[in-house]
Each structure stands twice: as C-alpha cells, then as structure tokens.
Design a protein around this ligand. Structure first.
Ligand SMILES: NC(=O)c1ccc[n+]([C@@H]2O[C@H](COP(=O)([O-])OP(=O)(O)OC[C@H]3O[C@@H](n4cnc5c(N)ncnc54)[C@H](O)[C@@H]3O)[C@@H](O)[C@H]2O)c1
Length: 270
C-alpha cells in the first residue's frame, strides 16, 4: 500500500547492487511513495550489478561514484541537483564492505591496510557523503539522511569482525554530523540498526546462516526483512519524523532488548 508520503521529494540512493540489496528495496518503495532520485554505486559494482533494471523500473538516472572519493561525491551531488531540478530531501547511505572479512582474516589477525580500506568504505564514507552535501548546500530544510548499521556496534558478534568497529564509527558520525546539520540547516541524520538480512554483504559474514536463524528465534516479532527496512526508511524520509535526529534506531523485531526467548530456552533444555 502506498500513501504518497514522499510526493515531490528528491534524493540520492547509494548501494543498490541487486534485488536483494536493502537499497534496492528502498528505491522501489520510495518510488511507490512518489519520491524521485538518482541511483549511485561504485563503478565496479555497476558492472556486476543489475542497477540499470532498477533505474528503468523507477525512472531514475544513474551517476556512478566511489563513496570514498571526494571528487566522485562532489560530482554526484552537483549532477543529482541538476538532474532532479533542485535541492535534495533525502539520502540513503547503504554501503558496507570489509576486506578482512572477504579475505577470511580473523579479528585477532587483521591486516591493517585491509582494515583502513574497509573503514574508509563502510564508515568514513558516511562523513564524506555528508560533507559533500553540506559544502554544496545541497539539502533542503527538514531533509533526512539515513545510513544502515548493525548491533555489533554495541555488542560483540565475533564473526562480524572489524565491521563492528566500522559500524560504531558510522553511528558516531551520524550523531556528530547530525548536530551540525540540524543546528545549521535543519537536516536530520539517523542510522537504522537492521536485523541480519540475506544480501550480498550480509551473507559474506562467516556463520551468517546460524546468525540469522538465532536472531529470528530471539526476536519477538521475528527478523526485519529488507522490505521492512525499506518501509521504515520511507517513514524517516517523510515529514512524519521531522524531529527525529542523531539517533541509532533499532529495527530488529525486538532482538536488541530481548535477554532470552522461550524458543532459545527450549533449544537448550533438549
Ligand atoms: N545484510 C545484513 O545483514 C545487514 C544488517 C545490518 C546492516 N546492514 C547494512 O546495510 C547496508 C547495505 O548492505 P546490504 O545488506 O543491502 O548488502 P549489499 O551487498 O546489497 O549492499 C552493499 C553495497 O555497498 C556498495 N559499495 C561497496 N563499496 C562501495 C564504494 N566504495 N562506494 C560505493 N558503494 C560501495 C556495494 O556495491 C553494494 O551495493 C550496509 O551498510 C550493511 O552493513 C546489513
């Protein structure tokens, strides 16, 4: 069901790789709610991904940008304002990658070049995106910027590796930039802490199947899907959440506040 919540709103959506991506589902949902946007991803992902199909489906243009490149981001912001015919109302940062995870390095055996690269892509890029928008004065008042994160920023999930540190940094950037963006331009900045979700990035984490099954059993409402996340993101882009900013918002079916569930107890009583 669509409610026209984003009618007339314009934005940028980072991170749609394939139809499982959280950003992909969000783009479809934003489109259904009347929003228009530019799609972007790293040039290398464009070659692998199916982003053109999504662009066609949603009547969007694609502007490639490596989210670690200030030059690419400046170009993306100015082109988006030009393409969409005015300043922006929403931006989704849906980007994550750890080279240590990809190469199977344990948290206690990090290769720091890998760590630095993963941090740049997954965490610092959020600052870079916002600084590009801020310097270009590209956001409308009461605009909304959202990035995606995971609860490993607060609690230890051993196989989440250095992504846990990246997510802690990302959430801190949301608070710090959110202060300045709120004060000076009335723009809100939040992170959504999402349930484990079966996507390319998600399933790359070692032990993902056990991870997602455990979370499902622990969450009173069950895991939040990518589609659920798209719905929640739309609410944060809409005018119905104008005073929500600098928050890390758990979107996990109740997992983060559950000590133990009956299902898990029963499993251990067998
Ligand atoms: N899947 C999960 O279990 C889960 C849970 C909580 C949070 N998240 C977060 O959700 C976000 C989206 O991930 P997803 O699960 O949809 O997976 P995904 O693999 O579909 O999306 C990750 C995206 O990051 C992009 N990316 C990587 N390097 C980039 C760069 N240098 N510049 C621009 N883009 C780059 C990829 O091309 C890809 O589109 C990530 O921040 C992820 O950490 C995922």
């Amino acid at each position: 069901m669509a409610y026209n919540l984003l009618k007339g709103k314009k934005g940028i959506i980072f991170g749609a790789l394939d139809e499982n991506s959280i950003a992909w589902k969000t783009a479809e949902r934003v489109h259904a709610e009347g929003g228009t946007f530019v799609l972007t991803n790293a040039p290398i992902a464009m070659r692998m991904g199916q982003i053109k199909d999504l662009a066609e489906k949603t009547g969007s243009e694609i502007v490639p940008a490596d989210a670690t490149s200030e030059e690419d981001l400046e170009n993306l912001v100015s082109k988006s304002v030009e393409i969409l015919g005015g300043k922006l109302d929403f931006v989704l940062h849906s980007i994550g990658m750890s080279v240590n995870v990809r190469k199977g390095r344990a948290y206690t055996d990090e290769k720091y070049d890998f760590t630095a690269k993963g941090w740049d892509v997954s965490a610092l890029s959020f600052h870079k995106v916002m600084q590009s928008l801020y310097k270009a004065d590209a956001m409308n008042e009461w605009g909304s910027i959202v990035a995606l994160t995971y609860m490993a920023a607060q609690r230890t999930f051993p196989d989440y590796n250095d992504m846990a540190d990246n997510k802690a940094y990302l959430e801190s950037v949301a608070r710090s930039f959110g202060y300045f963006y709120g004060k000076e331009k009335k723009v809100r900045v939040n992170t959504i802490s999402q349930s484990p979700t079966a996507t390319t990035a998600g399933t790359g984490v070692k032990g993902f199947d056990g991870f997602i099954a455990y979370a499902e059993k622990m969450s009173p409402l069950g895991n939040a899907s990518a589609q659920d996340c798209a719905d929640y993101t739309v609410s944060l882009f809409s005018d119905l959440t104008k005073k929500v900013t600098m928050q890390n918002l758990f979107h996990d079916g109740g997992f983060s506040n559950t000590g133990v569930s009956q299902e898990v107890i029963e499993r251990f009583s067998e």
